[in-house]
Structure formats: structure tokens, C-alpha cells
Design a protein around this ligand. Sequence first.
Ligand code: G3I
Length: 305
Amino acid sequence: GTTLGASAAESGRYFGAAVAANKLSDSTYVGILNREFNSVTPENEMKIDATEPTQGQFTFTNADRIVNHARSQGMKVRGHTLAWHSQQPGWMQNMSGTALRNAMLNHVTQVATYYRGKIDSWDVVNEAFADGTTGARRDSNLQRTGDDWIEAAFRAARTADPGAKLCYNDYNTDDWTHAKTQAVYRMVQDFKTRGVPIDCVGLQSHFNSQSPVPSNYQTTLQNFANLGVDVQITELDIEGSGTTQAQNYERVVKACLAVTRCTGITVWGIRDSDSWRASGTPLLFDGSGNKKPAYTSVLNALNLG
Ligand code: G3I
């Protein structure tokens, strides 16, 4: 193939990008999006603060702009995200206990129901495990409603949209030896054993010099897949430039292609200037929309796969 999406599709995979609704009027941005990508993830527009700014009043205007654009172009949509400790609206930040649990479940139900049939994969729960060496759950108001909040969210999402693949999504879960990776693995294993509905694990894969592409990355992808779930690389970006960055991107793509159940890759933005990182050049296109060496290495790796 001659584009990222077409090349990924040759092995039945997608290649996506995080998209911001307010950039859909930028013709350079939309030109690259429509040419290269066959999946989108709304970068912020489906988060809890965006979709339920006032309790019980749902706002889908900006998310719909992205979903409608994607559907008009035949692109898949990854929904991001139904339950998260961050980017909660003020009313939710101030809740606890049964009231918060019920508000969270209502949010999952209402948003997943609104988008039923339009979402390929939902990040049902995002970033629920702590960093560091404990393998513990992250402390948050949602966690304090009880350990079962994650499975409750997955069950509500399945009921609301039985056709969407339901993912658990996190960062720093790329290195197989990391305690956080092991803890997520054990949760997914437990869910599969007990029949809690889960279909996929999202590895965000934000890489930089502090957190490089681990040597055992493919092992991690394969071990999760061996639990009977798909794996998706959901928020890929890699700090750096030139040949080194290109080689790191190539390693990530090759690891995915080597794992049958690694079903797609999403980069977290299109041009370097679109990145959430305040500075740096972590993406596949430069600020002017030109293809970088990393773009070429990704395209070539997809075509060899
Ligand atoms: O839209 C408002 C604007 O109106 C306001 O003037 C401005 C002032 O701060 O803020 C704007 O909102 C910002 C929003 O991005 C849109 O640019 C928020 O402050 C800012 O917090 C938000 O950052 C997002 C971040 O998640 C929030 O946690 C990033 O764009 C987004 O890329 C990032 O994405 C996360 C994933 O959801 C989860 N995994 C990690 C990833 C990177 O942090």
C-alpha cells in the first residue's frame, strides 16, 4: 500500500490517529487524515468532562463532528474513554460512594448507548493502575467506590453496546517485567476466568528516553493476546527525530505485525505540532505536514508485514 491505512488493511489491521474536533477545519490536517488513516480516536471530545459537563445533561456536539467525519470517510472509531480518574467534570470530582458509582455507571450507559453501533472499540476504563512497583490500583474517587468498579463499568458497556469491543487502556504497561504490566495482566486473566466482558487491552505506548520501547514489547503484546483478548496500540508517540526515531517506530510496528491479535495501531496526533507534548517531535508528520523518516519506516514495515 501507499498509505498507512491501506498498508495496515492488507493484514486486516487499522492505522489510526487521535483527532481534535477543532482541527477539522484545517485543510492540511484533514488532507493527511483522509489520505493516511482508517481509524480515529477523539483526543478529548468523548471524555467525561466533555460529554457530561453537568450531571445528567449530555453533550455530543464535538464528539459527533469527529464520528460523522470518520463515518463519511469509512474510518473506524475508537471511543475514548468512558471511565477515568482524570478529566472528570467538577460535579463528579466532588462525588463519592454509591452516588459516584451510580453516576459513573449511568455515564457509561448513556454514552455507550448514544454511540451504539458506531464504535469499533471503547476504552471502557483508562489508567486504573498505579505507577511504581506495587502493582496496586491507582487511588481515585472511582477506586474508592470499591475494587469492582472496573468490572461494573465493563458490564454496563456491554449491555449498552453489545457490538463494540471493550478495552482496558493504560500506559507504562509495555514492559513485560513492570509491576503495572503484571497487575493489568492478572486483572484481564481474572476477568476472562470469571466471564467479565472484556475484548481488548490497549497499550498507550507513549515512549521517550525515560520510557523507551522495551526490548520485550512483542512478548508483552503476545502474552496479553494469549489471554484471549485483542491488543491494540492506542496512543503511540515516540520522542526523538531522524533515524533513531524511525527505527523505534519500526520496532513497534513489527512487534504488532508479529502478533496475530494485535489488530491496530493509533498514533496520538498527526503532525508534531498537534502533539499533547508541550515540546518535541514525537509524531510521523512535521509541523508543516511533511512525512518524516519515521513515516517512511512505518509504511515500509507495514508493507513487509
Ligand atoms: O480546550 C481547552 C481550552 O478551551 C482552554 O483554553 C485550554 C486552557 O488550558 O484548555 C483546553 O483544554 C485542554 C485540552 O487538552 C484541549 O487542548 C486541556 O486543558 C488539556 O488538559 C487537555 O490535555 C489533554 C490531556 O489528555 C488531558 O488529560 C491532551 O490534549 C490529550 O492529548 C491527553 O491525552 C491523554 C489520553 O487521554 C490518555 N492517555 C495519555 C494521553 C496524553 O496525556
